[in-house]
Design a protein around this ligand. Structure first.
Ligand SMILES: [Ca+2]
Length: 142
């Protein structure tokens, strides 16, 4: 477990590094595509958001959300990803919306850094990757 400092600039520069960002998004997409049919179904995408825990936790404090509300929430998220309303999310749709979400997070963070506690198994998380990338840039500059 480690503590990292994260601000909007860190997240933004990660998103804007298209090669690194798409690599992370693509590997996440493949991990989520449980039946390997090349698209994400509603339940596959729901699992993604349950694992991100962006919705259920608020500043690290778990909030209780009713299952029915959650289902509506996940349906709304799925519609946002599924731009062409095909009933599935393809890689391109996933990339576009992940970028939107990360930029929204960056805007939310602004220039006030937050401290994040990362569990050991968070090695694959997007935010962790953003921090690692920023750290490697500092290392190169020195
Ligand atoms: Ca699938």
């Amino acid at each position: 477990m480690g503590v990292v400092i994260l601000d909007g600039t860190t997240v933004r520069s990660f998103v804007e590094n298209e090669v690194e960002f798409n690599k992370s998004v693509d590997s996440r997409f493949n991990a989520l595509d449980l039946n390997s049919d090349g698209v994400l179904s509603k339940s596959e995408l729901r699992k993604a958001f349950e694992s991100f825990r962006l919705l259920e936790s608020h500043f690290g404090v778990d909030v209780v959300t009713q299952p029915q509300e959650l289902t509506q929430l996940y349906d709304a998220i799925f519609d946002k990803f599924d731009c062409d309303h095909s009933g599935t999310v393809d890689l391109e749709e996933f990339r576009v919306e992940m970028k939107n979400i990360m930029l929204a997070i960056a805007d939310g963070l602004g220039s006030s850094p937050i401290q994040m506690v990362l569990e050991d198994d968070d090695g694959q998380s997007f935010l962790k990757k953003a921090v690692d990338l920023e750290a490697s840039k500092f290392a190169e500059a020195m």
